[in-house]
Design a protein around this ligand. Structure first.
Ligand SMILES: [Mg+2]
Length: 269
């Protein structure tokens, strides 16, 4: 990982937009700082489009898509897309009602098994807002030992589900998408992107293991400083890294991108 301070103009100017994770990337332990929110506007005022790409529930991302300066939000690690269109939002979730019901029943079996085998690990407090997956709290309100996190992820896999983790949650899902496939499909279907060109036209900023698919898929990838704690779980680390953590790191990356592009460009110019 190279310092974001050495980002070059050619790479920065090739970008049309920035994809960004929420927890511990833009958010500081769940809170949106003035610096991070200002950084979003700075990027937008520099002519870049913005898309949040989070493991958080559909219900949370719906609020982000409606109220933040973004074009869209991807929720539940790629499974749900919420896109702004003419002042409204359009929600896309690919499973049929039958598939959704079957997957929900299988997820409930995993929740029951986890509560029997690992009763000390509790569900996250955002599960009620989810459409496609289930989450356990490993670092949001409690700190779960790594041995229990590993045991939970192994249990999920034994039940045939996919699992990933962020800095705050372990996820179980029967969806096939990850953050990279989910956001790329949305870019192609709603933002008139080509799937291959998008990899060079959109940057990604993240911090954790569930960001690994995007760190691998996109060319211009950035980690806030706390990504260093997750590097051992990343098959491909981000190419650029900030010196500061979380929201301050996101603001540092935004400053570097805008500076490398040659300063603010009026929107619509
Ligand atoms: Mg994160």
């Amino acid at each position: 990982m190279r310092s974001v301070a050495s980002l070059d103009a050619a790479e920065a100017r090739a970008l049309v937009g920035v994809l960004f994770d929420l927890d511990d990337t833009v958010l500081d332990h769940g809170q949106l700082t003035l610096a991070a929110y200002g950084a979003l506007w700075k990027l937008r005022d520099a002519g870049l489009r913005l898309v949040a790409v989070t493991g958080r529930p559909y219900s949370w991302a719906d609020v982000v898509a409606r109220t933040w300066p973004v074009d869209a939000a991807i929720a539940e690690n790629g499974a749900v897309a919420i896109v702004r269109e003419s002042g409204r939002v359009v929600v896309t979730e690919r499973a049929s009602a039958t598939e959704r019901g079957e997957r929900s029943a299988r997820l409930k079996e995993i929740v029951a098994a986890a509560s029997r085998e690992l009763p000390e690990v509790g569900l996250a407090d955002d599960v009620a807002g989810r459409l496609t997956d289930v989450t356990w709290d490993i670092g949001e309100h409690v700190t779960v030992p790594e041995a229990q996190v590993s045991a939970l992820m192994a249990l999920i896999q034994r039940h045939g589900a996919r699992t990933t983790r962020s800095s705050v949650h372990v996820h179980a899902t029967f969806e096939v998408d990850d953050k990279a496939t989910g956001v790329t499909r949305m870019l192609c279907e709603t933002q008139h992107e080509d799937a291959t060109a998008a990899r060079h036209r959109w940057a990604y900023v993240g911090d954790s293991a569930n960001d690994a698919p995007c760190f691998s898929a996109f060319r211009s990838t950035f980690g806030v400083a706390n990504v260093r704690g997750a590097v051992a779980r990343l098959s491909v680390p981000p190419r650029w890294v900030a010196s500061r953590e979380r929201g301050a790191g996101f603001a540092e990356i935004a400053d570097a991108l805008v500076r490398a592009r040659g300063g603010p460009v009026p929107s619509g110019a």
